[in-house]
Design a binder for this molecule. Structure first.
Ligand code: NAD
Length: 418
């Protein structure tokens, strides 16, 4: 994985690229490229042995023109201020491309959660929630899970907020477990939108998804669900990976069985059905019909892109391709369907969760999946229409054109505040 690309610079470059195909003034473009505010805080937390450790944490609120800031909280040693800023910007354009009424935010703690006990993680999370309390709120800023966080952390944040505010407000955070106000279908939502995007992409390109060979980088929430659902369309998942390495079998894997192996052993490595094990770079350059990067940003840089052989890439991760990689892949006629559409299922079902929380009402999983499918397929149709109408060089730029126009319209319609 490339270390060079700064994700915030990548975001800014993507915005510049898109605004070349739109009529929007330079000062407005400048506004679209920077967060409105970033909280940086140091959490002092007592460890199990009585020592106090300090953790740096961030929350970036990028743009609220279309609604409350929305975006996940990541626990990872690689979290940085610029990464959080980039991820919060991508959330703005992701919410806009699928046309849900949110702005964008993102948070993170610099931490390797594997090194801490559950009770330490609870204290760290509650400490962060206490710092976030003045910023978040059901109509202000609504966090959600991201890498290395899930229902457990969301339940803790909700409980901390509700305790301090002396209220019940489940819609302050999404991605909760069902008994704490979570939505049916939320856990599968990101991978589901990746599957729907892949399905629509193959249809648009007049290719058969049935029998298509697929490689998936990253076997966490987004990657494994995408693998499972794409397999259910009749495609053949021939390679998957996680941070321990990649496994390959030309005949294809049963994604559910690989997941059981990962649950038991902690990684996909050593899976009995693998013909060979190789590196993540080998997986990313396999000759497959469809590649799904579902790990972290900057997985494919310009150099690695020259070796990519996949015909279609559908991005489940946020920012897995650097702008240089985009240029190389465009010249190679590789279709890249961008993250802001292909992983928007997570935030879309988070939106459904928030709607249900506000209504104090529950939707069935069928209704959630049906509404999600409608939103993703409508957004896909809008994207390809814009791609064809604007001469945008690739699907990513077309997606930004759609999204940026919506943000600009909301900003300009609201007039000026002195
Ligand atoms: P996760 O923590 O559940 O899984 C991440 C996976 O990536 C793990 O299997 C990990 O081992 C693997 N990984 C890490 N480094 C790797 C490397 N160098 N090579 C190969 N694999 C590697 O996280 P997730 O929730 O699945 O998120 C993955 C990506 O999807 C992130 O970019 C995240 O921002 C994005 N995303 C997630 C959601 C969601 O709802 N979970 C929503 C939108 C976007």
């Amino acid at each position: 994985m490339s270390e060079q690309a700064n994700p915030f610079e990548s975001l800014q470059e993507q915005i510049d690229d898109a605004t070349e195909y739109m009529s929007v003034s330079g000062d407005v473009v400048e506004r679209l490229k920077h967060p409105e505010r970033v909280l940086e805080t140091n959490l002092s937390v007592e460890m199990d042995d009585g020592d106090v450790e300090v953790f740096k944490a961030f929350r970036s609120e990028f743009n609220g023109d279309r609604g409350p800031y929305k975006g996940g909280i990541r626990y990872h040693p690689g979290v940085s201020r610029d990464e959080v800023k980039a991820l919060s910007g991508w959330m703005v354009y992701k919410c806009a491309v699928v046309d849900i009424p949110y702005g964008g935010g993102k948070g993170g703690i610099i931490i390797d959660p594997d090194e801490y006990s559950e009770s330490e993680l609870e204290r760290i999370t509650r400490s962060f929630a206490k710092e976030l309390r003045p910023f978040i709120g059901v109509d202000k800023d609504i966090p959600a899970p991201d890498v290395n966080t899930g229902q457990r952390e969301m339940n803790w944040i909700k409980d901390t907020y509700e305790t301090l505010e002396n209220t019940t407000e489940p819609g302050v955070i999404t991605g909760k477990s069902p008994d704490s106000g979570g939505s049916a279908g939320r856990v599968e939502a990101t991978g589901r939108s990746t599957m729907l995007t892949a399905r629509e992409a193959f249809d648009y390109l007049d290719r058969d998804i049935e029998g298509a060979s697929v490689a998936v980088q990253g076997y966490g929430n987004a990657g494994w669900i995408a693998a499972k659902l794409i397999d259910e369309l009749g495609a053949n998942v021939v390679a998957v990976s996680d941070s321990s390495g990649a496994i390959h079998n030309e005949a294809g894997f049963d994604p559910v069985d690989v997941k059981s192996h990962k649950n038991e052993t902690g990684s996909v490595a050593g899976y009995h059905g693998a013909d060979e094990e190789f590196s993540n770079d080998d997986l990313l350059t396999l000759d497959v019909d469809l590649l799904v990067p579902a790990a972290l940003e900057n997985a494919i840089d310009g150099d690695l892109a020259k070796e990519v052989q996949a015909d279609v890439i559908v991005e489940a991760a946020n920012g897995p391709l650097t702008p240089d990689a985009d240029d190389v892949l465009r010249d190679a006629d590789t279709y890249v369907f961008p993250d802001i559409l292909a992983n928007a299922g997570g935030v879309t079902v988070s939106y459904f969760e928030w709607v249900q929380n506000r209504q104090r009402f529950h939707w069935t999983e069928e209704k959630v999946n049906e509404e999600l499918e409608r939103i993703i397929t409508d957004a896909f149709d809008n994207l390809v229409e814009t791609y064809e109408e604007t001469d945008a060089p690739n699907m990513r730029t077309a997606a930004y054109v759609v999204a940026i126009q919506r943000v600009v319209d909301a900003y300009q319609e609201s007039g000026n505040w002195p």
